[in-house]
Design a protein around this ligand. Structure first.
Ligand code: NAP
Length: 320
């Protein structure tokens, strides 16, 4: 089978698509033929080994885990003897977390990990990136912010993978949503449900008189100090992007500033959030926005595009 790997940190040029053995499932695992997988900003950061302090976890001189891709959607081809939840032929999707390897023709995953039946209401391409934007933003909105009906949330980076998910989820949860994006994406962000859109090229929301209960900086381009005066007294600033500034403020002002790495959450808690998302997709209450799809053989191009920081929604890798 084909699989995308990287043996050293660096630019998209370090990615190779190699021939390798199809993995053999353990008794509690299923073998999935991948139809589509996600390609994400987190993948590019792991490939770059940046910021450098992350190499403490990723591998100091070279990556410990050389395979790429965390989100997948596909069809089960083989099941281990102990598997009871799935059958051969089932369409499933999910997330391999830090073990990666989804930008490939096949993966194995234990049936009690982040894997569920794919609703027929969504395609493999729409399913594969759900655990990037939707799972991360759902964790922030539900478990970290405990967002309530009627609250006002500002989503910075509303046109990204996490941002498009946050806008839709916050609306579903009854909040008033202000999205922040550039001029070219204003109509798009309105179309996915934002009540108001601020064009960051023409307006600095941190100078306005408005107050927000939650500021979700999904792309990590803001800093808490600039946003403090547009937060309500009990308002919170949260971001999935770790910087020294966020780390410092989250330590000294832990009630107001929140960072979390969703992949480090307990698997049981992630599974619960994922199941709730599956149900919302089944009911067609959420929609995955796909910017571009690339073949596995074109994955370097996908990473080059991801690194521009301009993608709208998600990038997927499709298998023939
Ligand atoms: N902590 C976690 O658990 C976790 C999980 C997943 C991802 N992440 C991180 O989350 C971050 C976001 O990823 P993503 O895939 O959603 O998006 P992304 O690729 O980082 O951002 C793409 C979008 O950001 C917009 N953007 C760029 N600069 C902006 C600015 N100054 N203000 C507002 N919008 C701006 C772009 O629109 P324009 O072209 O219009 O500017 C584009 O639509 C990444 O750093 C990723 O590593 C963290």
């Amino acid at each position: 089978m084909k699989a995308a790997i990287y043996k050293t940190y660096g630019s998209p040029k370090v990615i190779q698509v190699i021939d390798t053995e199809i993995p053999t499932p353990k008794p509690n695992e299923v073998l999935i033929k991948i139809k589509a997988s996600s390609s994400t900003r987190a993948d590019t950061m792991m490939r770059q080994g940046s910021p450098k302090f992350r190499r403490l976890f990723l591998g100091f001189f070279k990556p410990k885990n050389t395979s790429l891709g965390t989100g997948f959607s596909g069809v089960i081809e083989f099941i281990g003897d102990e598997v009871s939840k799935f059958n051969i032929g089932d369409a499933v999707f999910g997330e391999k977390l830090f073990s990666n390897g989804c930008n490939a023709d096949y993966i194995c995953i234990a049936e009690d990990m982040i894997v569920e039946h794919k609703p027929i209401t969504i395609s493999h391409q729409e399913a594969a990136p759900i655990c990037d934007g939707f799972l991360t933003s759902y964790n922030f909105l539900k478990d970290i912010a405990n967002i309530k009906k009627g609250q006002h949330i500002l989503v910075n980076g509303a046109s990204g993978s996490l941002g498009t998910a946050a806008v839709q989820l916050a609306k579903l949860m009854g909040a008033k949503v202000t999205g922040v994006c550039s001029t070219k994406n204003v109509n798009f962000v309105k179309s996915i449900g934002a009540d108001e859109v601020i064009d960051y090229k023409n307006e600095d929301f941190t100078n306005s008189q408005n107050k927000y209960d939650i500021i979700y900086d999904s792309v990590g381009t803001l800093n808490f100090k600039d946003c403090e005066n547009v937060l309500t007294n009990k308002g919170i600033f949260m971001t999935p992007v770790l910087s020294f500034g966020t780390l410092w403020h989250s330590i000294i002002n832990s009630k107001k500033v929140k960072f979390a790495a969703t992949g480090l959450k307990k698997t049981e808690e992630l599974k619960q959030l994922f199941k709730e998302l599956v149900s919302l997709f089944k009911d067609e209450k959420l929609h995955t926005n796909i910017d571009k799809a690339y073949k596995l053989s074109e994955i370097k191009l996908a990473h080059e595009y991801l690194e521009t920081g301009r993608k709208v929604g998600n990038i997927v890798i499709i298998n023939q």
